[in-house]
Ligand binder design. Structure first.
Ligand SMILES: Cc1cc2nc3c(=O)[nH]c(=O)nc-3n(C[C@H](O)[C@H](O)[C@H](O)COP(=O)(O)OP(=O)(O)OC[C@H]3O[C@@H](n4cnc5c(N)ncnc54)[C@H](O)[C@@H]3O)c2cc1C
Length: 423
């Protein structure tokens, strides 16, 4: 759910509770780091987690209501980021009690930031074909390889790293999921500039980097199963309108920790947003005097409908996940969100006319709609491309025949050797 949609009316009791809590606890003179500890202790960072997990046992939708109430009050929101979207729920689902205790609280209080080190130059859609290697050395794993498109890696302290730990088994079976510390020799991170002008992406080179065995989530060789959990939370989060990166940025490298919380609350530049939502567009259409235009009205109605479907679908996905399924539903939600991101950006730019294509602080609406338009094609790619979501729905929900995979069932080392020396 996007924060703009979370008005007070549908969740009046929760809105009042958050506002009452803020009236008592918001202290703009605390540092961001200290404020986030107060917020996490009260369970507001992830209110949809259970109280034992550091949340408040509320619905998934509650997170957006809470964040909107913080903004309306003028308080700095709880920390965002990929750790909250993916690492914390993955570790809560697949980690040991020791791993949960070590990794989850620092995500909830924003003291560390995480990135996702899944994609490689030769392994995106075919993620299980990854070739980054991890070789055991006593209590440690020694890791070599390359990752790419790693959002926020430069600002992160940990990576959700996938690496191959066994070449003698089929490709899905020889992968492990590492909670990987980035600040160490052997890790080189280089930014990549996108067509939005930002450099959110990075390539990450791993040369004899190390990870302790106790930081393998789900056990060695079980990484593919753990990865399904991570992807599920990523797609469900994106499907519910969650930001891929998520302001405010956690961790010491995000640059916010030492700031006064009151100053940080004012920080989010209007053009820092990469996507726009129904509320942004509806306001713009009205201001531009286009509410009577039949085509615009139809598109706006479509955008509203997709947005509501996305929210209901996210709830359905969560319910199905609790019953042990839900991957196809998460894929439907992700596809819907792709339509929302593209339609909202186009409608906004249409309403603004030629000026809407200008970018930069001085541009109309801070250039946010132009930026959202340029970013919008990415929604068909991140979190797994549209085609891959359709494959998942076809195979896992509709029962259609599986995609052809000549390497299925064969030891992955053998497949790799053939690639180097074709038979
Ligand atoms: C904004 C953004 C943020 C990202 N952030 C991260 C991140 O933080 N961490 C990370 O690890 N990755 C990240 N990615 C990478 C993303 O997950 C991959 O780009 C994506 O999985 C696709 O992989 P690829 O780019 O290698 O394309 P490819 O896999 O090479 O695909 C190319 C095209 O072929 C199609 N295709 C491939 N296989 C099939 C098939 N079996 N059936 C039908 N069509 C197929 C695809 O749909 C696509 O259109 C990000 C990407 C974007 C755009």
């Amino acid at each position: 759910m996007s924060e703009g949609e979370a008005g007070p009316r549908p969740h009046a009791a929760l809105w009042d509770e958050v506002t009452g809590w803020l009236a008592e606890h918001w202290d703009p003179d605390l540092t961001v780091e200290a404020w986030w500890r107060v917020v996490a202790d009260a369970g507001w960072t992830a209110p949809h987690f259970t109280p034992e997990q550091g949340g408040r046992g509320l619905s998934r939708r509650s997170g957006a209501v809470v964040r909107a109430a913080f903004v309306a009050f003028g308080a700095l929101r709880p920390p965002g980021g990929l750790g909250l979207l993916m690492a914390a729920p993955t570790i809560l689902t697949q980690g040991t009690p020791d791993q949960i205790e070590r990794f989850v609280p620092p995500i909830l209080d924003g003291s560390v930031a995480w990135c996702q080190l899944f994609s490689e130059p030769g392994a995106g859609s075919d993620l299980a074909g990854l070739t980054t290697r991890a070789d055991r050395d006593g209590d440690q794993w020694v890791i070599n390889g390359q990752k790419v498109w790693s959002s926020q890696a430069m600002q992160s302290d940990y990576g959700m790293l996938l690496a191959r730990t066994d070449l003698d088994v089929p490709k899905h079976k020889g992968i492990s999921w590492f909670a990987f510390r980035l600040d160490q020799p052997g890790v080189t991170i280089r930014p990549l500039r996108e067509m939005t002008g930002d450099a959110v992406f990075n390539e990450v080179f791993l040369d004899d980097a190390v990870c302790e065995d106790r930081d393998v989530i789900g056990g060695a060789g079980n990484g593919w199963m753990v990865t399904q959990t991570t992807l599920h939370f990523e797609r469900t989060g994106i499907g519910a309108g969650g930001s891929h990166a998520g302001f405010p940025e956690p961790g010491p490298k995000g640059g916010m920790h030492g700031l006064r919380a009151g100053d940080a609350a004012l920080l989010e530049a209007p053009n820092a947003k990469l996507t726009v939502n129904y509320e942004d567009v509806a306001r713009l259409v009205q201001e531009a005097g286009r509410s009577e235009d039949p085509g615009t009205r139809q598109d706006l109605a479509r955008l509203y409908t997709y947005t509501q479907l996305g929210l209901w679908n996210a709830q359905r996905s969560k319910a199905e996940a609790q019953r042990g399924g839900g991957q196809a539903v998460a894929s439907v939600g992700k596809l819907t969100q792709t339509d929302i991101v593209k339609l909202a950006a186009r409608l906004g730019v249409d309403a603004l006319g030629p000026n809407g294509l200008l970018t930069g602080e001085a541009a109309v609406e801070g250039g946010v709609f132009a930026k959202a338009l340029v970013f919008s094609p990415a929604s068909s790619i991140y979190g797994g491309s549209d085609q891959i979501q359709r494959n998942i729905i076809a195979e896992r929900s509709l029962g259609l025949p599986r995609d052809d995979a000549p390497d299925r069932g064969r030891p992955f080392g053998e497949v790799l050797r053939e690639r180097v020396q074709p038979a």
